[in-house]
Design a protein around this ligand. Structure first.
Ligand code: RIB
Ligand code: CA
Length: 316
């Protein structure tokens, strides 16, 4: 099997943590490292969460790199109401024994991509600050990265942070603008498809049949996330955006895609962070990304649950 060499740029975060576990549970993936960005939690807290989740899964060999603490222009915006003060809901993980690498997140991205041209798959599941910085520092990563999967944006779907904007593109719209117009080979996974991928209580109960630190973590983390979704959006379950984005590197057929020209609003009005596609090509611009707009949710959920079951059994 030819391995996918993946870097996760992440703001752990509850669904980020599930994406990390899915990467570890996927034999097709070599997880080259995690670069951590501000977002759901502070970069400091997110770095500790990444280290702790890796230790939970006995995967401390995966290096963690601390990235940017703040958006490029916007003030910091974190999401404790969604992910909890510690960023992992009700889950309690011991403080990590391992330390982050000395190298900064954006430098790690540049060095990995430039030293393995055409081999690195970048999966960005947080605000795009680290990626934008890396592009500005070393523009050649654009043609040397193999492919880029981004969780972010809302094309025809309402926002989850403002009426128009999704969290990752709202927190750092200027970074998203740089990345979207960089020329990188992007596949975008917007709320249009992730909001069909609801992790249900029945799905959790299936996992809880296995007594394992992994299933306990998933239960404690997602219980908080489900309460948020119920209170704020009247959703029965929780939207697991990030593992779904990662799953497309393994099983692209989960979604249907359109090649589109997509932009992000960086004006200072109500549309800040809004992402929109030129479906009728009014601007006569070349499409800058593939956008997932159709999805087979239960195909993804089955993959996710099966792999969590296997991971949990291996660590029970
Ligand atoms: O809007 C959902 C995205 O924002 C997810 O990646 C979630 O983890 C947060 O980063
Ligand atoms: Ca995230």
């Amino acid at each position: 099997m030819n391995q996918k060499r993946i870097i996760l740029d992440t703001d752990p975060g509850i669904d980020d943590s599930l994406a990390i576990l899915l990467a570890l549970a996927s034999p097709e993936i070599t997880l080259e490292g995690l670069s951590v960005v501000h977002g759901n939690s502070s970069t400091e807290q997110g770095t500790n969460n990444a280290l702790s989740v890796l230790e939970l899964a006995q995967a401390s060999h995966v290096p963690v790199y601390k990235g940017c603490e703040l958006p490029l222009v916007q003030p910091s915006l974190l999401a404790p109401e969604t992910h909890g003060e510690q960023g992992i809901g009700y889950a309690k993980l011991s403080a990590p024994q391992t330390k982050p690498q000395v190298q900064k997140g954006s430098d790690f991205l540049i060095n990995s991509i430039m030293s393995k041209p055409g081999e690195i798959t970048l999966v960005a599941i947080g605000p795009l600050t680290n990626i934008a910085l890396a592009i500005r520092q070393e523009p050649r990563i654009v043609e040397n990265v193999k492919e880029v999967f981004i969780m972010g944006g809302a094309i025809r779907h309402e926002g989850n942070t403002t009426p128009l904007a999704e969290f990752n593109t709202f927190v750092d719209p200027h970074a998203a603008h740089i990345v979207f117009h960089s020329g990188m080979p992007i596949t975008l996974t917007p709320l249009d498809v992730t909001y069909d991928c609801i992790f249900l209580k029945d799905d959790l109960n299936r996992l809880l049949k296995i007594d394992s630190p992994i299933t306990k973590f998933i239960s404690d983390a997602t219980r908080f996330y489900m309460e948020f979704h119920d209170e704020y959006q009247k959703i029965d379950g929780c939207v697991i955006n990030d593992p779904m984005t990662l799953a497309l590197t393994l099983m692209p057929e989960i979604c249907d895609y359109q090649e589109l020209y997509v932009d992000v609003d960086i004006s200072t009005g109500v549309g800040l962070g809004n992402t929109f596609a030129d479906f009728y090509n009014y601007e006569k611009k070349t499409p800058n990304m593939k956008v997932a707009l159709g999805v087979r949710p239960r195909v993804f959920m089955e993959l996710f649950i099966e792999r969590m079951e296997k991971l949990a059994k291996s660590l029970s």
